[in-house]
Design a protein around this ligand. Structure first.
Ligand code: F6R
Length: 258
């Protein structure tokens, strides 16, 4: 696990955007795994800027989103389909047929989940996966207690997650109780992983994910098992790390390291 600590979230997002751009320049037909929520918004803004000013090309890129609320149609403004169009897809040259998101309105979720996993394999697997982290340590909607080998499936959202996400809805009662989500096992198969976290409210989850045991009680801790996972944190999200100074030291020395 590589832990990078920045003065603020904008700097963390800029660094993440540079890593995504490097990936796309090295492999224009990359497969990206994408997240929703507030954590990747500044990253997406930066990628849009790079598309406009540097010609960052998405024409051959394929994307797979992590999750979607059950019961929300693609056109529902609260759906993650709508979120991705609003925050990224409508502003870059990605081909509509290369965009994959889990369906929140399937007639057969079990079959859909298997189909989704198969599309990831047929696309060649995810080259780079973008993640946020929940206050309970979840990645995608793999809530505490999720199997670390889990695949795409339906999960019941924890009450804490519904409360955290109520800000996007009129009231907490409107937040769906279920979501379709890639599993921890699905995520761990990505070749490279970037996790963005901002703010004090993520500090405890980050401490457990980085310095705690690998446990289903904080599914982000499974990233300790991944060979190429980078956490991009602002100072507040990194505040509770006992290894914070060590990570900062590595970050400073890294460009010169043998
Ligand atoms: C969203 C997702 C979630 C969020 C997490 C943090 O696609 O997978 O795991 O990344 O709930 O949400 P924010 O970024 O809104 O704090």
């Amino acid at each position: 696990m590589r832990v990078l600590i920045f003065d603020n979230h904008q700097e963390a997002s800029d660094a993440a955007a540079n890593i995504v751009a490097e990936q796309l320049n090295a492999k224009p037909d990359s497969v990206l795994g994408l997240a929703t929520g507030s954590s990747p918004v500044a990253l997406y803004e930066r990628l849009i800027e790079k598309h406009r000013s540097e010609g960052l090309d998405f024409s051959l890129v394929t994307t797979f989103n992590l999750d979607e609320y059950i019961g929300l149609s693609k056109s529902d403004p609260q759906s993650y389909h709508a979120f991705m169009h609003q925050h990224l897809f409508d502003y870059i040259n990605i081909a509509e047929q290369n965009i994959y998101l889990p369906s929140g309105t399937s007639e057969n979720y079990r079959a859909f989940c298997q189909w989704y996993e198969k599309q990831i394999v047929l696309a060649g697997g995810i080259d780079l996966q973008v993640l946020g982290i929940g206050t309970d340590g979840h990645i995608a909607f793999n809530e505490p207690g999720s199997s670390l080998g889990s695949r795409t499936r339906i999960k019941t959202l924890a009450e804490q997650t519904r409360k955290d996400n109520a800000r996007y809805f009129d009231s907490v009662d409107d937040v769906p109780h279920y979501a379709i989500t890639m599993g921890v096992g699905t995520i761990l198969e990505a070749r490279k992983i970037l996790l963005l976290a901002k703010g004090k409210k993520k500090a405890a989850a980050i401490r457990e994910a980085v310095e705690g045991p690998v446990t289903a009680m904080n599914t982000a801790s499974a990233l300790q098992l991944h060979p190429d996972a980078t956490l991009l944190l602002d100072r507040k999200a990194a505040e509770e790390l006992s290894l914070k100074d060590y990570f900062l030291e590595i970050q400073k020395k890294e460009p010169k390291a043998p």
